[in-house]
Design a protein around this ligand. Structure first.
Ligand SMILES: Cc1cc2nc3c(=O)[nH]c(=O)nc-3n(C[C@H](O)[C@H](O)[C@H](O)COP(=O)(O)OP(=O)(O)OC[C@H]3O[C@@H](n4cnc5c(N)ncnc54)[C@H](O)[C@@H]3O)c2cc1C
Length: 652
């Protein structure tokens, strides 16, 4: 550890790890300070990465040069592509991961990243001085730690997760903590609030961990993963083998290459069962001691991950709720009971579980619990995730009011890049001073725009429905959207860029073949009849017939073997051809919105003096100070009439 860095990252969770790697990748001398180095990227809740919309975020992180996808591929013990019954815009990869190996793999990523050092300690204070920037009151210059160390840096990224003044609840028992068996982080919130930054409280919870040896699996339904070639990282085996590695050292190979072991050799099943009437009765009998219902917890939890007691109260007519028992790893008996998040007294949790036949003889490692923690209102941030109040202070992850590993990691990567840019690293000209992803470029762009423009009144998690350009934000093409951009600022390596170029060439080659190749009716009709599609009369171009819903590239390749490509290439090409019309329409709409994005309004108006605006618009525009008209249009409470009024004043 040294005393001066370009960037300090506080917290080694999912946001902090990506922030530290992206900052270091841009050449910034970076120090990651975290409470416990053995809990790097700990999955506080379920041992799974990805899922609906979250899987797309992981692919985006990977396309940008982040590490979450690589770590997931290397530690996956089950993989599924969710939402396959819907269009490809909705397909979302999800993997169960080996929890202990996930931590070890992340440590390995950090340890093999140049420019990055780790210091195990707890930050208690940020050190600031007056800012000479007229827009900000103060400027951050360093941190103080619990051990009395002062470390200085040009930028600081705060990613302290659920640890700030964390308070754990199990029944009526309350213990300060950042996560179970980990200390809470005190004084740091107060230090940040003293700068004029506002904080508030949120809540989340997690279920019991169960000893697999005490479960009767014969009374549960087995749920296997898919034995598919999909990976989270775009640079899996292709790079490990490839001539693209300019640095062929073992460290580089190990850092980037996903395992060569076939996926199925590691795959473990999940198991499903459900709660029942007796189990509900036991839980309801303990409701008076539930911190969620006896007034002990006042803060708001994630609406879409409710505790089991909340489900019973909200859906009182339901006689059962599904439960998923998920493995925590290949070398442990520990299992995670998804769907049974609870902060009821531990004896109530265990007694209720014993009413479920498969859990009659259950032994648990630890009960479920809830945690309350501090977060900071994200509308106090710019789109770079820098504080509007304190220069050089960036925020990412749960501290911005989000929930979820993927949401945290996506923000961490963006904050890390911007912290490095702000400290004078990476990027060679003015426009590279801010790294901002647009809403039509990435779910991460949607996430950050929602946070800073709309704020949060409950833990924010990503859904596909939050994105207006879903068909442009698919999991198959995050590399096309983001790798060239990331490469231009030195975030994605040339190796990664070359992998993308190779893929792009293959997609173009296959598209041309499909547009050129023709099949006669007698060649294609047997296939069309087999899949229930109307036979053709004359000859057809493969690209045209592929637009039919039932026709697949895989099917056509059985008739024309020259169009048989690696599945990743076929899938991407098929989507581009089949959904060409939708993609074009959404792109045109996005271009129109870009025009509003180009109309800069910050500093143009004294909103309070504009009578044609509604009172709500005047207040909100004054408070948020949007940079562009498009940003203004996304602030809740700003109506199309308000936007028109501003357009008129701008003479448009
Ligand atoms: C009990 C519980 C239940 C959860 N349930 C869900 C759920 O159901 N669904 C869901 O999507 N998400 C859930 N989460 C949230 C999920 O774990 C987080 O969204 C995610 O981990 C956030 O990542 P992060 O990097 O922001 O913070 P974290 O993963 O919390 O990491 C924070 C890191 O900062 C370090 N740190 C904290 N303070 C300091 C300091 N002062 N100095 C140095 N280091 C510090 C910590 O040691 C830790 O390494 C749950 C979390 C908890 C604790």
């Amino acid at each position: 550890m040294e005393l001066f860095y370009d960037v300090i990252v506080i917290g080694g969770g999912h946001a902090g790890c990506e922030a530290a790697c992206s900052s270091a990748q841009l050449g910034a001398k970076t120090c990651l300070i975290t409470i416990d180095m053995n809990k790097i990227a700990q999955m506080s809740c379920n041992p799974a990465i990805g899922g609906i919309a979250k899987g797309q975020i992981v692919r985006e992180i990977d396309a940008l040069g982040g590490r979450m996808g690589i770590v997931t591929d290397r530690t996956a013990i089950q993989f599924r592509m969710l939402n396959r019954s819907k269009g490809p815009a909705m397909w979302s990869p999800r993997a169960q991961c080996d929890r202990p190996r996930f931590i070890t793999e992340w440590r390995h990523q950090l340890d093999t990243t140049p420019n990055l050092e780790i210091w195990q300690d707890q930050v208690t204070e940020v050190i600031t001085e007056a800012s000479d920037n007229p827009e900000r009151k103060s400027r951050v210059i360093g941190v103080k730690t619990l051990w009395g160390v002062e470390i200085y840096a040009k930028s600081i990224v705060l990613t302290a997760g659920t640890f700030l003044n964390g308070l754990l609840h199990i029944g009526r028992k309350m213990i300060p903590g950042g996560r179970i068996a980990e200390p809470a982080s005190h004084h740091l919130t107060e230090s940040i609030c003293s700068l004029g930054i506002c904080s508030a409280r949120m809540k989340t919870g997690t279920p019991v961990r169960i000893d697999a040896r005490s479960v009767d699996f014969s009374l549960m339904e087995r749920q296997d993963g898919e034995n598919v070639s999909h990976m989270f990282s775009y640079i899996h085996e292709s790079l490990a083998d490839s001539q693209y590695l300019s640095d062929s050292s073992l460290a580089t190979r190990e850092c980037y290459a996903a395992p060569r072991v076939p996926r199925d050799s590691n795959f473990l099943p999940c198991w499903t069962t459900s709660t029942n009437k007796r189990c509900h009765e036991v839980l309801l009998s303990g409701l008076k001691d539930s911190p969620l219902y006896n007034g002990q917890i006042q803060s708001i939890g994630p609406r879409y991950c409710p505790s089991v007691e909340t489900k019973l109260v909200t859906f009182s007519d339901k006689e059962s709720h599904p439960l998923f028992l998920e493995p925590e790893g290949t070398d442990t008996n520990e299992m995670y009971l998804n769907g049974f998040s609870s902060s009821m007294p531990m004896e109530v949790q265990i007694a209720a579980l014993k009413e479920i036949p498969a859990f009659r003889n259950i032994r648990v490692y630890r009960p479920g619990y809830a945690i309350e923690y501090d977060f900071f209102d994200p509308t106090q941030l710019t789109h770079t995730l820098e504080s509007k109040i304190c220069e050089g202070l960036f925020f990412a992850g749960q501290v911005n009011g989000t929930t979820g590993y993927e949401e945290a990691a996506g923000q961490g990567l963006v904050a890390g890049v911007n912290a490095a840019l702000s400290a004078g690293n990476g990027g060679s000209n003015e426009e590279k001073k801010a790294f901002i992803l647009k809403r039509d470029e990435a779910y991460i762009g949607v996430l950050i725009d929602d946070l800073v423009m709309k704020g949060v009144d409950e833990p924010y998690r990503m859904f596909t429905s939050r994105a207006e350009y879903r068909i442009l934000l698919r999991q198959d093409d995050a590399d096309r959207r983001l790798t060239p951009l990331a490469h231009s600022i030195g975030l994605a390596t040339t190796e990664r860029m070359n992998v993308w170029k190779k893929k792009e060439n293959a997609i173009n080659e296959l598209t041309e073949k499909l547009q050129r190749s023709v099949l006669k009716a007698k060649e294609i009709n047997p296939y069309l009849e087999r899949i229930g599609s109307t036979p053709v009369n004359g000859s057809v171009h493969l690209a045209d017939i592929l637009t039919r819903p039932q026709v697949t590239l895989e099917g056509l390749a059985e008739i024309s073997p020259e169009i048989k490509y690696e599945s990743e290439i076929s899938e991407a090409t098929e989507i581009l051809i089949k959904y060409n019309g939708y993609i074009r329409r959404e792109r045109e709409y996005a271009e129109k919105m870009h025009r509003l994005e180009e109309i800069k309004i910050r500093g143009h108006f004294d909103y309070n003096s504009i009578q044609s605006l509604s009172t709500e618009a005047r207040q909100k525009l004054t408070a948020r100070q949007p940079q562009t008209l498009a940003q203004a249009s996304r602030i809740p409470g700003i109506s199309p009439a308000d936007i028109n009024a501003l357009l008129v004043l701008l003479g448009r």
